[in-house]
Design a binder for this molecule. Structure first.
Ligand code: SAM
Length: 286
């Protein structure tokens, strides 16, 4: 049995070893599948409260209970902010939850999803349809199984939107938080392009958020941090950083937001950029 699965009083628990002084325990009904890819250990588990979950190297990535919150927030905000996005890039995103949100917009013509690990995509399409949805059947999505870092290096002013849906900054995703990568990503965008990335917990990973924002500030005129709450992510509160050459989400035409969502609506769109004092202080915002 993997070291993050533990038997306690006859029950199986997934123990997420997030930090030295805190662990998250999920009571499990069943381990649905277990795979070792060249990049990571992939488990699909069925848990009592969170339903089916994608777990990479013992870390929960998405769950049936709350995966839509993260996926809607990282996908809809840039799409609605951009005037008319046609070509979208997703880096990572193996659970397919993000592309499943993007296909709700008819004006998007192509979605290149560049995921390093084919096995993650196959496992999620097979075992967690509540998250991956019908995305694999939408002809606008090109699944490209490559390293996102190398992929963006060859792209020049092609995408309207780039979404970095990465795992935590360790292992294959570490370089997805580096300045070199953000510069390549910037070059892959058209002159009015927008990029967005998940920038970790504003409480537990303050330094990641701060660094991400300060790097993007050097390269883009408009940078906005926004937040949401994802119960299965350590600390609950989660941050995203959007960087844009021209369009400001604070001036977006939110009437374009689709209605078939579970979390995001006009009120959430407007309020997610309002940050609590501890975040403003740490990011040195007014
Ligand atoms: N929403 C999730 C979260 O914040 O925890 C992450 C979603 S998704 C599962 C992250 C994906 O990024 C993984 O499937 C992983 O294989 C992929 N990934 C990691 N490094 C990558 C790289 N260098 N290029 C492309 N994909 C990468």
């Amino acid at each position: 049995m993997e070291k993050f699965l533990k038997e306690i009083d006859g029950e199986t628990w997934l123990v997420e070893d997030e930090r030295d002084n805190m662990k998250l325990y999920y009571r499990i009904k069943e381990v649905i599948s277990s795979k070792e890819s060249p990049f990571q250990k992939i488990n699909i588990i069925d848990s009592h409260d969170f339903g089916r979950c994608l777990v990479l190297d013992g870390v929960v990535q998405t769950t049936e209970l709350d995966g839509y919150i993260y996926n809607e927030m990282i996908a809809h905000i840039p799409v609605v902010t951009h005037e008319n996005p046609k070509n979208v890039l997703v880096i990572g995103g193996g659970d397919c939850g993000v592309v499943n949100e993007l296909i709700k917009y008819k004006n998007i013509k192509t979605i290149d999803m560049v995921e390093i690990d084919r096995d993650v995509v196959e496992e999620c399409i097979k075992h967690i349809p509540a998250v991956s949805g019908g995305s694999s059947k939408d002809g606008r999505i090109n699944f490209l199984f490559e390293d996102g870092i190398q992929f963006v290096k060859g792209k020049d002013k092609y995408y309207d939107i780039a979404i970095v849906d990465s795992s935590d900054p360790i292992g294959p995703a570490e370089a997805l938080f580096s300045e070199n990568f953000y510069v390549s990503l910037k070059n892959s965008l058209k002159d009015d392009g927008i990029m967005v990335c998940q920038s970790q917990s504003p409480i537990f990973h303050k330094e990641v958020l701060k660094k991400t924002r300060s790097i993007l500030k050097k390269h883009f005129p408009i940078v906005r941090t926004y937040k949401t709450v994802v119960p299965s992510y350590p600390g609950g509160m989660w941050s995203f950083t959007l960087a844009s050459f021209k369009y400001d989400p604070l001036k977006a035409d939110i009437a374009k937001l689709v209605k078939n969502t579970n979390y995001i609506n006009n009120d959430i769109f407007n309020s997610c950029f309002s940050l609590p004092n501890f975040m403003k202080d740490s990011l040195e915002l007014e």
